[in-house]
Design a protein around this ligand. Structure first.
Ligand SMILES: Nc1nc2c(ncn2[C@@H]2O[C@H](COP(=O)(O)OP(=O)(O)OP(=O)(O)O)[C@@H](O)[C@H]2O)c(=O)[nH]1
Length: 314
């Protein structure tokens, strides 16, 4: 039986960052495979994790829990057989429901044992995300047995307030607000399962859904796709940091709709350049990973408009 950990959280919460921390601090001597499920993000996280020498299997263009669940089912079988990892880490898309991911993993309980359902919660954007995207955001909190706060401002009062709000949704989960590097490994590895997950475990295991069948049923991805759109842009040019920021700011300032997430890897003057955008934060840094793609996720985005803004003359 292979140990499986789910690392969920809303867009930009810090899932990939946490997986890197866990690979470094918790599973340092173990063979890890990460199953990464981008929502239209063109494998950007996967490139980043691979550059940290983590083995990654990407399932793109859908969501593990629904349209791709047949692929997910097969992927787990293949990974266990071919790589025999000690640990599988599943990073669902930020707009996936944790309960659906757990159900998808339970379909392979012949091969994997869910050890921990972890959710990263952006402590700085809690109210906004809960109010506007509660279907996903609240579900990710309710089914977690370990919740880690990210994007904290250092304001202890605000942290306590956010923890109080999380407890209104899930009283049983362990909540950790410390710096992740300082959290003992045992917190990630062991702990009580919350009742909500125990209930899911009691449900009869359903066969994986394959796309042919899915056309008949509405799916959670249907919901995510109705609400969120993603725009991916090829960017083969070499850019300076200023040029990249100017392109990004044109999209962020003048694009219609609400951009909730932006990320990408492009060619910089001295190698790869990666950016992350979440509302109120834009980070650009040099990376060893290579890439020529940027992606925006949000609501009400206009693909052509975003492409023109990004690709237009500088
Ligand atoms: N200030 C701050 N930044 C963070 C923290 N965690 C992650 N970040 C940054 O937030 C950005 C997004 O982090 P990721 O780890 O890519 O988030 P994710 O949840 O995998 O995002 P998705 O790709 O949308 O699923 C990156 O620039 C991180 O460096 C945190 O605790 N504090």
């Amino acid at each position: 039986m292979t140990d499986l950990y789910i690392v969920s959280g809303f867009l930009g919460a810090g899932k990939t960052t946490l997986i890197q921390t866990m690979a470094r601090n918790v599973f340092q001597s173990q063979k890890i495979v990460v199953i990464e499920n981008d929502f239209g993000e063109a494998g950007i996280d996967a490139s980043c994790l691979r550059s940290c020498e983590i083995m990654v299997t990407s399932i793109n263009a859908g969501c593990i829990c629904c349209s791709m669940s047949g692929d997910f089912y097969k992927a787990i079988g293949q990974i266990v057989k071919e790589y025999a990892p000690d640990v599988i880490l599943v990073e669902p898309s930020g707009v996936g429901k944790l309960s659906d991911i757990i159900k998808a993993c339970l379909r392979r309980k012949d091969l994997v044992l869910i050890r921990r359902c972890i959710t990263v919660v952006d402590g700085n954007r809690f109210d906004k995300y809960k109010e506007n995207y509660g279907d996903f955001f609240v579900n990710q909190i309710r089914y977690a047995d370990l919740i880690l706060l990210s994007h904290q401002t250092g304001d202890c009062g605000k942290i306590e307030e956010t923890i109080g709000k999380i407890k209104e949704i899930n009283q049983e989960a362990r909540i950790a607000a410390d710096f992740w590097d300082s959290i003992p490994s045992s917190v990630f590895l062991f702990g009580k399962r919350v009742e909500a997950v125990k209930e899911l475990e009691k449900e009869p295991v359903q066969s994986p859904k394959f796309p042919r069948i899915l056309k008949v049923f509405s799916s959670p991805l249907g919901l995510a796709k109705e609400i969120f759109t993603s725009v991916t842009i090829e960017c083969p040019e070499v850019l300076t940091e200023e040029q990249l920021k100017e392109k990004l700011n044109r999209v962020l300032d003048h694009g219609d709709g609400v951009i909730l997430r932006g990320k990408g890897i492009v060619k910089g003057m001295d190698g790869g350049m990666m950016f992350h955008y979440i509302p109120g934060m834009l980070n650009v840094k040099s990376v060893s990973a290579e890439g020529t793609r940027v992606c925006f996720i949000g609501t009400g985005l206009k693909e052509q408009q975003i492409k023109s803004l990004f690709q237009g003359e500088l």
